[in-house]
Design a protein. Structure first.
Length: 292
């Protein structure tokens, strides 16, 4: 039986969140002993090499994007560069699950962004859910309290950049290869990493550090491809909430690898954000049923 576009998008999003979270775990681990920008550059070389091979194998380089599509790919790549810097700087200093909890606001903000940029109708119920979700983010970061972590602001900046990144691929023509879009982002992030390494300095990695960078690069390739494909299949409002699976991965991997667990307020805030997002999913299904 053929898979619907919505189900395909959901499965791709789940795979993307698993891949990106495993990549994050490798990166947090290796940047404890290696310079951040050097690690980004090394990981990027692996990702660029893998994506280049895929582009050659699939004939993606034969496609010539028009000026509009090339501009969208450039916008996505630049947004990915900014999101990577903000996220990894925060990840270096924050528990994995805490940062992941902040990122759970992404589906709500993408839904809001799609309404603002593309005119998608969301209604007062889903708008209320978005506002409740943002309140949940405030519970997580707790500004003005002793529990406030200023690095969480970098996490919020990363969220804003990812919203731009993901919304920018929606207008792309259907024939634009996902591998080409992913390669553009990988090249931009890699160039940024090596540029930063010039100023931050170089430290030779040992075998175990190199192995973790390799693992991060391989999972980053999977994450790039599945995230681009996920946002191009099905409805954004339906597919985006499945980003929440990354929180489960982050809690498990954060505890197993680093011995970190989120505190009570982080769990409460994450529950509010996820609950608000799930409501938007339920509401979307209600609207679909009413129209059918």
């Amino acid at each position: 039986m053929p898979i619907s576009d919505n189900l395909r998008g959901i499965l791709l999003m789940c795979a993307s969140m698993a891949a990106f979270t495993i990549n994050d775990t490798f990166m947090k681990s290796v940047t404890q002993t290696q310079p951040l920008f050097q690690t980004i550059g090394l990981r990027g070389l692996i990702a660029v090499a893998g994506l280049t091979i895929l582009c050659l194998a699939t004939g993606a380089f034969r496609f010539r994007p028009n000026r509009r599509d090339a501009g969208l790919i450039l916008l996505r790549s630049l947004a990915d560069v900014a999101a990577t810097v903000f996220f990894l700087e925060a990840l270096l200093r924050m528990p994995l699950a805490n940062l992941s909890a902040i990122l759970q606001a992404l589906p709500l903000l993408i839904t809001l962004g799609a309404a603002l940029v593309y005119g998608d109708r969301i209604g007062w119920r889903r708008m209320t859910a978005i506002l409740v979700g943002l309140a949940g983010v405030l519970i997580i970061i707790r500004p003005g309290t002793e529990g406030f972590d200023r690095w969480s602001l970098l996490g919020l900046a990363s969220v804003a950049c990812v919203v731009v990144r993901d919304l920018s691929v929606r207008p792309l023509q259907g024939q634009v290869p996902s591998t080409l879009v992913a390669l553009g982002a990988a090249v931009a992030v890699t160039l940024m990493g090596w540029t930063g390494a010039v100023f931050q300095g170089w430290q030779r990695p040992d075998a175990w550090e190199a192995a973790r960078v390799l693992g991060a690069g391989l999972f980053l390739i999977v994450g790039y491809l599945t995230s681009v494909s996920a946002m191009r299949h099905g409805d954004i409002g339906l597919v985006a909430p499945f980003r929440y699976t990354s929180l489960l991965w982050a809690i498990v991997l954060g505890f197993v690898v680093f011995g970190d667990l989120p505190d009570v307020w982080t769990v409460v805030g994450a529950a509010v954000v996820v609950g608000a997002g799930l409501f938007t999913l339920w509401r979307e299904r209600q609207i679909r049923c009413a129209k059918s």
